[in-house]
Design a protein around this ligand. Structure first.
Ligand code: ZN
Ligand code: ZN
Length: 410
């Protein structure tokens, strides 16, 4: 069996921009390595979920891993919790958490507790809630970046069908977690009880006393939102009969990869930002390839330029992704390895958000059938041999190239 790499430059695809003379940011960027892969390989365009559907990075990645997001996506909560480093099992209910500040009357006066930072004791505050038991349900809690964190409820008969216990603005008390179905009443009640416990445990904590003395808002309560029940999934390795790993930067995508059972490879200098270490990411992919059959990698930076509406930044991020691809290419060009280069969705600079456009894809390796495409981009790839495919088609295409797929029929 050959090896495989799925290389995703997050949000790289876009739309033509007047300020670039009608080019997209990919077309305007210098991408010699993507162009080489496109020229030697087989290209196409890919609808991450379905034509016109605007994907999140999470639903797009589920589809690219071959897990139908309409079946398996149950809200951001579970994947963010795993991304924050909590272990999540099928049936757990996970929620996104903010540390926040309430006054004596219980009114939320700062939804982010003065944007409290990791080095200001958020781990310690989260640990006060971690391991609690409320009405026979276990609570797991972990801080992530700044004022954010995640909570997991583990027990029998839980439901993710509850509304947010978050006023979404300052000046109001924390609303009760409303159950959206009858089955969810118990879970909503548990969330309310947890918030009360958090107020008791966090209120007088020395970290908050110190913040008050310094004139900073206390992290004296929590807000919970985005509840979702973690789906039951067949692990990636079992589903495909191969060993998969992931070299990915941001929590949400790390969470999905870990939940599906891919081995996560840490790259300490990968920041998930504009300043990420693309060379270290590339080296980690090559190292992982020695041990695993398929390595999934995502470099986040191009998506950021899209959200920031900054074409110049986005172009330089795409060039950064291209340098990463160049190192990977040098490492695999003599070996029996297949690679797919794509974006998980479009994040056009002019719209500053994801759109439901297709993305370009190029596949390359000994077993690919080259087509007439000579460079990588939204428009050049439309004339490629893969034509128009969907995110869920990617894994079967890779497994076929790698010689790792089961025959369907006699
Ligand atoms: Zn994305
Ligand atoms: Zn994005």
């Amino acid at each position: 069996m050959a090896k495989g790499i799925i290389f995703i430059a997050d949000g790289m695809a876009g739309r033509p921009l007047a300020e670039l003379g009608g080019a997209t940011t990919i077309e305007a960027a210098e991408t010699p390595n993507m162009d080489l892969i496109a020229a030697q390989g087989e290209c196409g365009i890919l609808d991450p979920i379905a034509p016109g559907v605007r994907p999140g990075s999470d639903t797009a990645h589920l589809a690219l891993f071959g897990y139908d997001p309409y079946q398996y996506y149950t809200g951001r909560g579970p994947f963010e919790a795993i991304g924050a480093g909590l272990e999540v099992k099928g049936g757990d209910v996970a929620l996104r958490m903010n540390f926040a500040t309430i006054d004596d009357k219980g009114v939320v006066i700062d939804r982010r507790a003065g944007r409290i930072q990791e080095d200001q004791g958020t781990d310690e505050l989260a640990s006060l809630l971690n391991g609690l038991e409320i009405d026979g349900v276990k609570i797991l809690c972990k801080a992530s970046t700044a004022h954010r964190g995640a909570v997991v409820l583990r027990g029998e008969d839980l439901s993710g069908e509850i509304d947010n216990a978050d006023p979404h603005r300052e000046g109001s008390p924390i609303p009760k977690a409303r159950s959206l179905t009858e089955e969810a009443q118990r879970t909503a009640g548990l969330v309310d009880k947890l918030i009360e416990r958090a107020k008791e445990l966090l209120g007088d904590h020395p970290i908050n006393k110190k913040r008050q003395k310094e004139g900073k808002p206390s992290a004296n309560c929590i807000l919970l939102r985005g509840a979702g029940i973690a789906p039951q999934v067949q692990p990636f390795n079992e589903r495909y009969g191969i060993k998969g790993s992931a070299v990915v930067e941001v929590g949400l995508i790390r969470g999905i990869a870990r939940f599906l059972g891919l081995a996560l490879i840490d790259v300490p200098t990968a920041t998930g930002g504009y300043d990420t270490d693309e060379k270290a990411l590339a080296r980690a992919v090559l190292t992982a390839l020695k041990k695993y059959d398929l390595v999934f990698t995502n470099i986040k930076a191009p998506d950021l330029g899209g959200h920031d509406g900054d074409a110049i930044k986005k172009i330089s991020d795409i060039e950064k992704a291209d340098r990463m691809l160049g190192i990977i290419y040098e490492g695999i060009k003599e070996s029996d390895t297949h690679i797919a280069v794509l974006s998980d969705h479009s994040t056009p600079v002019a719209l500053r958000d994801h759109t439901g456009d297709s993305v370009p894809i190029a596949t390359w390796g000994k077993m690919t059938r080259p087509d007439g495409v000579t460079r990588f981009g939204e428009r050049p790839c439309t004339s490629g041999g893969l034509e128009r495919i969907r995110g869920m088609d990617l894994m079967p295409i890779m497994l076929n190239l790698m010689g790792a797929s089961e025959k369907f029929g006699a």
